[in-house]
Structure formats: C-alpha cells, structure tokens
Design a protein around this ligand. Structure first.
Ligand SMILES: Nc1ncnc2c1ncn2[C@@H]1O[C@H](COP(=O)(O)OP(=O)(O)O)[C@@H](O)[C@H]1O
Ligand SMILES: CC(=O)OP(=O)(O)O
Ligand SMILES: [Mg+2]
Length: 405
C-alpha cells in the first residue's frame, strides 16, 4: 500500500493544533485543537472530516505529551489511528531553527539537539515543539518525522536587514540577528496572493501582515523574504495579543535599575503582560472592537496603538520593496477584523492603498480582494494554512522515497 497521509502537529505554548491530510489531493481527513494545556479545564475539539462528526472533551490535560496521546485516541476512534500503514510521515511546526535550517528537515538526534540548543531564543515555543516530536516518535518510531521551521523562509533576508547595529564580535559570539518567525505562513500567503493576482510569485512584491495572537509583517520580493518584523525572538515588531513588540531596549535597563525588576519578571512583562492585554486588559480583537464601539477609551487607545505600529511597518516595507503589488492580511485578526484592515490603510491613498468598504465588510472563505477595482496596489484577505503548508513540505521531502518501500 502506498502511504499518502501526513499528520501535522503545531504545538504552541499552551495548545496543539493538528491536521491529518491525504496528500493525493491534499484533502483533510481530521483536524482539531487542544487548548489550555496544563490548566484545570483543558479543551480538546476534534473533527473527523471523513464522517463530519465533531467531538469536544473538557477536562484536565496536564502537559503536551498527554495532549498528543489524547489526540491519538481521538484519531483511533475514527479509524484514523497513528498505527495506520497509510501514514507516510509526521510533520512538526518548529518555531526556531536558527540560521542552520533553511528547509524542511528529517528529524534525527542532531536536529533534536539543535532545536533544544535554541530554547533560550524561543522559550515559549521550542520546548513544546520538542515534546510534540518526542511523543510522536514514541508512538511511531518507524515513521519519518519532519521539522518545518518558522525561521526557514526568512533565511533569504540580506545581511543589511538581518543584522542589528550592535558590536559585530558580540553579535557573532551569541548569534544575535533577526531570524523572523511565522515563515511558513508568510511563504504560503505570499504565494497564494500572487495566485489571486493571476501572476507568478517571482513577479510579485507583497507585504504580508500575519496578525494572530502573535503578529508579524514581512516584505516579500519575487517570492523571497527581504525583511520581517520579528527578530532574535518572536517579541520584536508589531503590537501583539500579549507581547509588546518594539520598545526602546533601555526600557529594560530602566525597569532593572529603577524598578528593581528581575530579568525573568521583565521577560514575563514584555511577553505575556504587554501588547493589547497590557494596554486594555483584553487580547481578543473581537472584544476590543466591541468595547471601542461602546465608547471605551482604554480599548480605543489600545486599538490606535496597534494600528499606528501596523501602519509604520506598512510604510517601512513599502520603502524597502520600492514597488508593492499587494498587501495581504492573514491569521485570526487579519482575516476577520475588517476595522483593522480599514484603519491600517486609511490615509495611504497617495501610496495607492485603499479598501472598498463593502468588499472589506463582506465575509468569505477563500482569498479575496478588498481594494477598489483598478487600485494600484491590491489589498487582499488571504487565509493562512500553516498545517497544509507543513504537510506539503513534509510530503515533498519524504513522500517520494516512502512510495518505494
Ligand atoms: N471574528 C474575529 N474578529 C476579530 N478578531 C478575531 C476574530 N476571530 C479571531 N480573532 C482574533 O484572532 C486571534 C487568534 O488568531 P490566530 O491566528 O488563531 O492566533 P494564534 O495562531 O497565534 O493562536 C484572537 O486572539 C482574536 O484576537
Ligand atoms: C512565533 C510565534 O509568535 O508564534 P505564535 O503566533 O503561534 O505564538
Ligand atoms: Mg498562529
């Protein structure tokens, strides 16, 4: 039997998203999400697309290993268990791959050691990714496990964009540079945007705005990333759900010297208690918009700061690219929050940027244009699909060799 299925695991700091796909037609067989891992009331939502059935389980799931075992049990109930001979590989999202990993990679002990070495620069993400890999290896030791790195797409950035202006010797010793993240999404969305325009990716310059709980922008010239807003870690750049994005680094010295705060306290402050939640107590854009519409001043200011930063990056990447064919909004906020898209391009008509109010307000599933007809720069909503991209890259790497077995 030819093995054509790929299981994709996207392990976040407190969640696991997963999809099982059949790569003959890239169709989804099952998908789901485990949320609030390690909290009292974890939630597993599983959908078998083969039957259309959805099951939801609420109850404690102590850690990522327990979460993956619960996922494996759900798949087994639908006859899609991990013991299936049709499974060709398991693909894992790995957030930090440093400079070394520029492409999807079959995981061995050396790769695992490198992912582990990078934990200090992705403390929220790489540990969860490692547990996902080790648990999957224990369940199917015979299968190829593939790492698809968030950082890989950004390794094409020129040194002028990737380097910080700090002492070269120190930077090299500690490998301090801009790595960038969400690369799988930036790659998928920039390609899908070119397709939406009916043009080859090589001919198109796109600014991709990945606005989820974590958020990042990238400048993509002819299919290659030339700049991105996240840096050494996923803390830099845009205002996010709980992360500050850009701050003057001296804020940290000030909090240490004057505020008496420890390194860990400042790390937690900037990664978990800042961004939208730090500014107004909510990190969900739906709730923030509801409060703005009710006249809540604090939510209004949080929204305005979020938009101001976004607009600065649009302007910066416009300048980096010189010519922009499209701006693509993606991820939870980018795909769903029409007021964010409208506000982000408001006043940029001189740059050829605008949204059509009706198109922008309309809902839709697939990629779509929201700019007025004939606009110089296309403004698009392009749903991301990191799991499909990971499955495609995983199968491209191992599918062909597996067929020979
Ligand atoms: N209908 C909506 N309107 C506005 N914002 C939304 C909507 N749906 C989701 N979001 C936003 O998307 C965020 C989650 O985005 P997502 O890309 O799933 O993030 P992550 O992958 O980082 O968990 C939510 O926190 C919320 O702010
Ligand atoms: C790298 C990163 O920020 O990922 P996420 O948005 O999933 O937290
Ligand atoms: Mg995400």
């Amino acid at each position: 039997m030819t093995a054509t299925r790929v299981l994709v695991l996207n392990s976040g700091s407190s969640s696991v998203k997963y999809q099982l796909l059949d790569m003959r037609d890239s169709g989804r067989l099952a998908m789901g999400l485990v949320e609030r891992i390690g909290e009292g009331t974890s939630r597993l939502k599983h959908t078998a697309l083969t039957t259309g059935e959805t099951r939801e389980t609420i109850g404690p799931i102590a850690d990522h290993a327990a979460a993956l075992k619960a996922v494996a049990e759900e798949l087994t109930k639908d006859g899609l268990g991990l013991d299936s001979p049709e499974l060709a590989a398991i693909g894992h999202r790995v957030v930090h791959g440093g400079q070394q990993f520029t492409a999807p990679t079959v995981i061995d002990e050396t790769v695992l050691a490198e992912i582990e070495r990078l934990i200090p620069v992705a403390p929220l993400h790489n540990p969860a990714n490692l547990i996902g890999i080790r648990t999957a290896q224990a369940l199917r030791p015979d299968l190829p496990q593939v790492a698809v790195f968030d950082t890989a797409f950004h390794t094409t950035m020129p040194e002028s964009a990737a380097r910080y202006a700090i002492d070269v010797k120190t930077a090299d010793e500690y490998r301090i540079r801009r790595y960038g993240f969400h690369g799988t999404s930036h790659a998928y969305v920039s390609r899908a945007t070119a397709e939406l325009l009916g043009r080859a990716p090589e001919d198109v310059n796109v600014i991709v705005l990945h606005l989820g709980n974590g958020a990042s922008a990238s400048a993509v010239r002819g299919g290659r990333c030339v700049d991105t807003s996240m840096g050494l870690t996923p803390l830099e750049g845009l205002v996010m759900g709980t992360r500050s994005g850009d701050v003057d680094p001296a804020v940290i010295f000030h909090l240490m010297r004057v505020g008496g705060m420890s390194t860990d306290e400042i790390d937690t402050l900037l990664n978990k208690k800042s961004g939208l939640i730090g500014l107004c107590g909510d990190n969900d854009m739906r709730e923030i918009r509801r409060r703005v519409d009710e006249g809540d001043e604090q939510a209004r200011l949080a929204f305005d700061i979020y938009i101001h930063r976004l607009k600065k990056y649009i302007g910066a990447y416009y300048a980096v690219l010189g010519r922009v064919d499209a701006i693509a909004f993606t991820a939870g906020v980018g795909e769903n929050a029409a007021p964010v898209r409208e506000a982000a391009v408001a006043g940029l008509e001189e740059l050829g940027l605008a949204v059509d109010a009706d198109l922008n307000a309309a809902r839709g599933d697939g990629p779509r244009l929201v700019s007025p007809e004939g606009a110089r720069v296309a403004v698009a909503v392009v749903p991301t699909d990191e799991e499909l991209e990971i499955a495609t890259q995983t199968y491209a790497l191992v599918g062909a060799s597996h067929d020979l077995i």
